[in-house]
Design a protein around this ligand. Structure first.
Ligand code: BES
Ligand code: MN
Ligand code: ZN
Length: 495
């Protein structure tokens, strides 16, 4: 649950709170105060920076040091590291976002806090707080500490429209990220395709989206051979969910598509046991798209946005699809399945052809598509492919919001590797090289020529199997919700 959030223009050292948060910077000659922290340091009993340094504070990003409030009216003073200053000398927004997240996590159990991290970057401070306070506890018998109860953000003028808009917008974005995380973190026995479709329907209806769900019979009638093929091994049949936002006088039409494999065993091309549990996150793209659609109506983007979200469970069984099968995809393209573990591209191909029938100006698709993405870019950097201009725009936007998407090529020569001996295409190449790019090239075959498109591979970034850091908890991360939201806002702005 989101903490209560409010703005305040009171002097921070006069706030009677359980905890007061300031930032500290790794300066060139040692520890320095972060933006907005001067008044607090002046009001503190003694040389605050010296006290902090003696407690081991270095200003390193994410470091949290707690000390008694001294002469402040706060019981506790919390100093959080912001890392070094950027090239401009200012603390970057992402540093504020991460520090706010780390602090929010460390304030679990605290009732009332105030933060000065909002002095220069209110939106980032709010987003970081909302995302950092997140914890998925739905399956724990014993309740742990509650998230911090209330956070006040210190600003120059708490009545200013810009500040109030920033609080509202940033809270909505943080909550959308948390919605995606909830879906990802729900275990696969409870989030199978029909259950996922139901949750998407509930979320969509509550937000005011138009919702349409195709069940297995509708999918069969309409020829969604990719989704049906992948879903055929599971006792729990596939779904295709469509969500539509009509933003009044809309500047453009945008299609969103997200991979919704509720669990990926690999199918007959079975995955090894080690780490297979993490394939509960193979619907992270779908979760991000559903959460972004809810956000789009909440913030009423002046766009028409249609999400097409395929959901299936990839299981081995007597009814599974096999290596060697040929599937006829929605729209008629035939695909020879050489590896049932390359299932994401099969359900996505169906969904992307359907999405293009709506005649969108832009199509953004996101998926936990390839292990090759993790090999190439690591656990935190999404790979962005697609039409060159739009790909670069999406990658730049992703970097600007702190999700770090990076442009990747679609080298033509790799397409030949997807030739099939009996169908139009094979679902995998014969070798391991460039696996992320080959998957992107496969998807490209299913995008209508006139549509500017982007594919965001989030195989690594969608799920944090390590320790929490910044605003990123263990488990589902909610990447790339903030990229999608910012891309939509940018299209609404500039077309
Ligand atoms: N869901 C996986 C990709 C993945 C791997 C996501 C690791 C998150 C972490 C996808 O369906 C898959 O199995 N891809 C195969 C493709 C291969 C058979 C061409 C892969 O990457 O190994
Ligand atoms: Mn797979
Ligand atoms: Zn998969």
């Amino acid at each position: 649950m989101t903490p209560k959030l409010a703005l305040t223009d009171s002097a921070p050292h006069k706030l009677a709170v359980d905890a007061l948060v300031i930032g500290v910077v790794q300066g060139e000659s040692g520890l320095e105060l972060g933006p907005g922290a001067e008044d607090v340091a002046d009001a503190y009993d003694g040389d605050l920076l010296a006290v902090l340094a003696s407690l081991g504070a270095t200003g390193k990003s994410g470091e949290v040091v707690k000390l008694p409030g001294g002469k402040l009216r706060a019981d506790l003073l919390v100093a959080v590291g912001l890392g070094g200053r950027g090239d401009s000398g200012a603390v970057p927004a992402e540093a504020i976002r991460r520090a706010s997240g780390a602090v929010a996590r460390s304030l679990a159990g605290v009732g009332h806090a105030a933060t000065t991290l909002s002095a220069t970057e209110l939106s980032a401070a709010v987003q970081g707080t909302v995302m950092g306070a997140y914890k998925f506890t739905g399956y724990k018998s014993a309740a742990g500490d509650d998230p911090v109860g209330k956070v006040e953000f210190v600003v120059a003028d708490d009545g200013a429209d810009t500040a109030r808009q920033a609080l509202k917008g940033a809270t909505a974005i943080g909550e959308a990220v948390n919605t995606a995380r909830d879906l990802i973190n729900t275990p696969p026995n409870d989030l199978f395709p029909a259950a996922f479709a139901e949750r998407a329907t509930e979320l969509g209806r509550a937000a005011g989206l138009e919702v349409e769900v195709l069940d297995e019979n509708a999918l069969r009638k309409q020829g969604f051979g990719g989704i049906l093929g992948v879903g055929s091994g599971s006792s729990r049949p596939p779904r295709l969910v469509r969500l539509r936002h009509r933003g009044g006088k809309s500047a453009a039409k945008v299609a969103l598509v997200g991979k919704g494999i509720t669990f990926d065993t690999g199918g007959i091309s079975l995955k090894p046991a080690a780490g297979m549990d993490e394939m509960t996150s193979d619907m992270s793209g779908a979760a991000a798209v559903v959460a972004t659609m809810v956000l789009a109506t909440k913030l009423n983007y002046p766009l028409e946005i249609i999400a097409t979200v395929p959901m299936a469970e990839n299981m081995p069984s007597g009814t599974s699809y096999r290596p060697g099968d040929v599937l006829t995809m929605y729209g008629g393209t035939t695909v020879e399945v050489l590896n049932t573990d390359a299932e994401g591209r099969l359900i996505l191909a169906d969904a992307m052809v359907r999405a293009c029938e709506d005649g969108p100006d832009y199509l953004v698709e996101t998926s936990t598509l390839t292990g090759a993405q993790v090999v190439a870019l690591g656990k935190r950097t999404p790979g962005v492919m697609g039409s060159e201009e739009f790909r670069d725009r999406v990658a730049q936007t992703s970097q600007a919001v702190g999700e770090g998407g990076w442009p990747m090529p679609l080298p033509e020569e790799l397409l030949g590797e997807l030739d099939s001996k009996l169908a139009d295409l094979a679902n995998v190449t014969g070798q391991r090289w460039g696996g992320m790019l080959a998957a992107g090239l496969f998807l490209q075959e299913f995008v209508a020529d006139e549509v500017a498109w982007a594919h965001i591979d989030i195989a690594g970034p969608a799920y944090n199997s390590g320790s929490p850091w910044g605003y990123t908890p263990k488990g589902g991360t909610g990447v790339p919700v903030r990229t999608l939201a910012a891309v939509l806002a940018d299209i609404a702005d500039r077309g």
